[in-house]
Design a protein around this ligand. Structure first.
Ligand code: SF4
Length: 170
């Protein structure tokens, strides 16, 4: 499994704006949503970016004692759900908190998980999900960790337990 790779647009070694605490942020390369006003249009092409070994990212996590967690951003992490699920699982096993961004809503992700079993795997390995597309008309620069009002910060573990969306208090 440690040979497995994901295609990424880039990595930020330390961020305090992409989730609680200090986090390593991995930007997935490739996104199907094309939200008008997207801040990362260079992440849309599936053939862009570069392929990196999951083991290499885990090594970066392990090397920085200041990190509280890892954030999977985009692009669209669920477009490479199997690889990102593996990364998330390995990070959690090492005690890191996992926050995942998606342009899909939680309801879309859970409703389609039969056709896309890897989507369920990535959700199972996510602590907080910021869901839904960025909507320019609902843009709000003051929201913590998200760009527009329609996006929610969801406590995924509690939501899966209760079978309904449970918002996180952030
Ligand atoms: S989901 Fe994110 S990366 Fe994809 S188009 Fe929308 S804002 Fe951009």
């Amino acid at each position: 499994m440690m040979d497995s790779c994901i295609r990424i647009a880039g990595i930020i070694g330390e961020s305090i704006v992409d989730g609680p605490g200090i986090r390593l942020v991995v930007f997935a390369q490739g996104c199907p949503h094309h939200c008008p006003g997207c801040h990362n249009p260079e992440t849309h092409a599936y053939e862009g970016g570069k392929s990196v070994a999951i083991a290499e990212i885990l090594q970066r996590l392990a090397m920085n004692p200041l990190l509280d967690g890892i954030t999977l951003s985009g692009g669209e992490p669920f477009a490479q759900a199997a690889g990102f699920a593996l990364l998330a699982q390995s990070a959690r096993q090492r005690g890191f908190h996992v926050m995942t961004y998606s342009g899909y809503t939680y309801e879309e992700l859970t409703a389609s998980s039969e056709q896309n079993p890897a989507w369920a795997l990535l959700l199972e390995q996510t602590d907080l999900l910021v869901d839904g597309p960025f909507q320019l008309a609902e843009r709000n620069l003051l929201l913590p960790f998200r760009g527009s009002e329609n996006q929610r910060v969801i406590d995924v573990q509690e939501s899966l337990r209760q079978g309904k969306v449970v918002l996180a208090s952030v």
